[in-house]
Design a protein around this ligand. Structure first.
Ligand code: AMP
Length: 452
């Protein structure tokens, strides 16, 4: 992994401090930074946060041993209410992106972060935002529809996942999370804006712009702005919308901005610099293009053998949580029907399924109520469900990068996973290109349906 933090901010930093929080966390700066810089020093004690302790719960109820090379959330002097949620979510140590960014963002610095899904970047920016809002509560009442924090994500699925994590992280404090995404009821979202304080607004660009232009949501007092998966926003053509949205927020000197992207093509580099104020740059790039925990295999099959071999595979791996990727919607529909007829507990996740149904499907899959999901690339992107045991590429993706995204749904968080990719005479020519992208050759097995 690569760490590109430019410099540790200090009282003597020559770069100007933002004016939004003149004395942001002055007492705690050294604690947080020292913790990162000296986390090689191991001792057993659990520090007090130095804040008023909650009489029912205190940080002592969440003991986490110091481990060399790892940063604990305890070491960051977070508000107790945030630490409590972190404890309830089962996090103990910061992931790398969290350890690299939080000491900076908690001081109010802007961040340009290179990190992919699966690194813990969502909690990284949410913890910084929530801690800031708790440390600096609003001094005066303002209409509900003024957003304090704004998170822009390219897809509905990603926005909903971010909102879910925000809800968990705010479960012990009075901060509301409102989600504005296309495809879900406009009316319900309008009512949410009218009836709740919009503390954290998570949105996709198009729907947000609709609401902002009609002044149903106000962005003029945004304190913290997050742009997630910026490269994908570019490739999906959202940058003009995002630019219009950012123009409605306070000047960059008066807000905190965190921008995350998996890749940094020139356009994103330029926008990142334009939108941030003396940013700290952090990069957490996986060592390998694909996860070493994934056992990858290609089944070479005749086209008419794909379905029987798939059925056999699913039956043999009875009960395993599985995602099957296909290239086209009609292919997913066809597969779904066949699986259903074969009494396999399955659901579709493709662009043609209504958004509320997709959310429900994903939740059912997460909870194990559904065993097999049949997905297209767009619908499957950015989805992180832990413990997916098997990914099947029923057809090889047309873009080899999608192969990496697809198989990355399994083998997460140190678990082992398996990917099986079907290659028939129509698409086997793509194997070398896929192997080039993953940087290794993939084991091939010739398969025929043996159950006949
Ligand atoms: P993300 O990269 O934000 O999509 O996060 C990937 C997954 O890691 C999510 O399921 C998070 O809830 C989980 N996660 C985030 N931070 C931590 C942490 N410090 N310890 C354990 N799991 C985490």
């Amino acid at each position: 992994m690569e760490n590109q933090i430019q410099e540790a901010p200090s009282e003597n930093s020559t770069k100007p401090k933002r004016t939004r929080r003149p004395n942001k966390r002055p007492k705690n700066n050294d604690d947080a930074l020292n913790a990162v810089q000296a986390n090689a020093q191991v001792n057993e004690e659990t520090p007090s946060t130095g804040r008023a302790q909650n009489s029912i719960w205190s940080i002592e109820d969440f003991p986490v041993a110091k481990v060399e090379g790892k940063l604990r959330f305890h070491d960051l002097n977070l508000p107790d209410r945030v630490i409590k949620s972190i404890a309830e979510m089962g996090f103990e140590y910061c992931s790398e992106i969290q350890a690299e960014t939080l000491p900076m963002t908690l001081l109010g610095y802007d961040i340009i972060g290179q990190a992919q899904t699966g690194t813990g970047k969502t909690a990284a920016f949410l913890i910084a935002m929530i801690s800031d809002f708790l440390d600096y509560p609003l001094e005066e009442k303002r209409p509900n529809n003024f957003a304090r924090g704004l998170i822009i994500a390219p897809t509905r699925e990603l926005a909903i996942q971010i909102a879910d994590e925000a809800i968990k992280l705010t479960s012990n404090c009075h901060l509301n999370v409102v989600t504005l995404v296309g495809g879900l009821s406009y009316e319900k979202q309008k009512i949410a804006l009218e009836t709740e304080n919009v503390d954290i607004l998570v949105a996709t660009p198009g729907r947000l712009l609709d609401f902002a232009r009609s002044r149903k949501v106000q962005l003029g007092k945004v304190e913290c702005l997050v742009l997630d998966e910026a490269d994908r926003m570019l490739s999906m053509g959202f940058i003009p919308d995002v630019k219009s949205i950012i123009r409605m927020t306070p000047h960059k000197e008066l807000r905190q901005t965190m921008l995350f992207s998996a890749t940094f093509p020139k356009d994103i580099q330029a926008l990142a610099q334009q939108w941030t104020y003396f940013p700290k740059e952090v990069s957490v790039v996986p060592k390998e293009a694909t996860n070493q925990n994934i056992d990858q295999v290609i089944y070479t099959v005749e086209a008419d053998q794909k379905w029987p071999v798939l059925k056999q595979l699913i039956n043999e791996n009875g009960g395993q949580r599985t995602i099957i990727f296909a290239n086209r919607r009609d292919e997913t529909r066809d597969l779904y029907e066949r699986l259903r007829k074969a009494n396999i507990n399955c659901a579709i996740l493709s662009g043609e399924v209504a958004q509320d149904k997709r959310v429900k499907t994903l939740n059912n899959f997460k909870e194990g109520i559904i065993q097999v999901l049949v997905a297209t690339d767009v619908a499957g992107r950015g989805i992180h469900v832990d413990n997916v045991e098997l990914v099947v590429n029923y057809s090889l993706p047309e873009d080899p990068e999608d192969y990496v995204h697809r198989i990355g749904r399994t083998g997460r968080g140190g678990e082992t996973g398996k990917s099986v990719s079907f290659a028939s005479e129509d698409d086997a020519f793509m194997i070398p290109e896929i192997e080039r992208v993953v940087g290794e050759s993939i084991r091939c097995e010739y398969m025929v349906d043996t159950s006949l």
